[in-house]
Design a protein around this ligand. Sequence first.
Ligand SMILES: CC(C)(COP(=O)(O)OP(=O)(O)OC[C@H]1O[C@@H](n2cnc3c(N)ncnc32)[C@H](O)[C@@H]1OP(=O)(O)O)[C@@H](O)C(=O)NCCC(=O)NCCS
Length: 249
Amino acid sequence: MFGLGTLARVVGEVRRDVAAARDRDPAARGVGPGEILAAWPGVHALLSHRVAHALHEVGVPMVPRSIAYFSRALTGIEIHPAARIGDGFFVDHGMGVVIGETAEIGRNVTLYQGVTLGGTGFATGKRHPTVEDNVTIGSGAKLLGPITVGHGAKIGANSVVIHDVPPNSTVVGNPGHPVRVEGRRPEGPDADWVHLPDPIADAITGLASRIGALERALAEIAEPGHDRDESPAEVRPIRRAEGPSPAGG
Ligand SMILES: CC(C)(COP(=O)(O)OP(=O)(O)OC[C@H]1O[C@@H](n2cnc3c(N)ncnc32)[C@H](O)[C@@H]1OP(=O)(O)O)[C@@H](O)C(=O)NCCC(=O)NCCS
């Protein structure tokens, strides 16, 4: 069952996993493969997952989940044994990472701490994201549902992504939206996410002008013909506070 071919494949995978940590974690530069194997939680989680996944694929009961459970307890990275993960996968820091059962991850994908590749609810079947090759997902990002993240995409820290992500794009915010596609800012009426209409500010401005009109009408009744200030009630823009922060720290 485990021949020389399997051994060579496993050794190759471990080499590539360690190389991924060394290439993509600046803190791992100059650190030897032995130290990375001993002290990098992302590498531990991936190696454990490779064993759990292989056992899951051949139908071994219970053991794959037990391996995933112990790996999670050790690293804070929870990977369902059924999740499919390609070569060169790297989780930096670990902790709070969740990768669901039907998630599929391509080659050379990087995740930071707190990333969720999850489902949106209680749906069954394919319900977790598919992440193509060379994708980077920032810390705290939540990718939910059976969406596809195109190759080479970057997902900003703390984004919440529930729609497909185009290849070679940068997606940020909640809801996650592309701010770069193929290196260019997206154009079109829906592209300016920074200057969205502000209904609350619009309502306050409307109220202020109504109050101004009422004040003038009231003053006209109280003192007919008297000179008065005709300007509407003022709405002052919020200004940045100057000086040291009152919150301290
Ligand atoms: C998304 C990210 C990859 C973008 O990097 P980039 O390709 O260099 O792109 P830029 O920095 O030019 O940012 C593009 C735009 O997105 C905005 N942006 C970047 N990251 C953002 C984020 N996390 N949330 C909201 N907006 C973000 C930038 O302000 C910029 O806005 P602009 O178009 O108005 O100028 C990066 O900002 C990020 O979030 N990386 C995650 C890193 C991480 O998790 N580190 C943890 C280490 S412990």
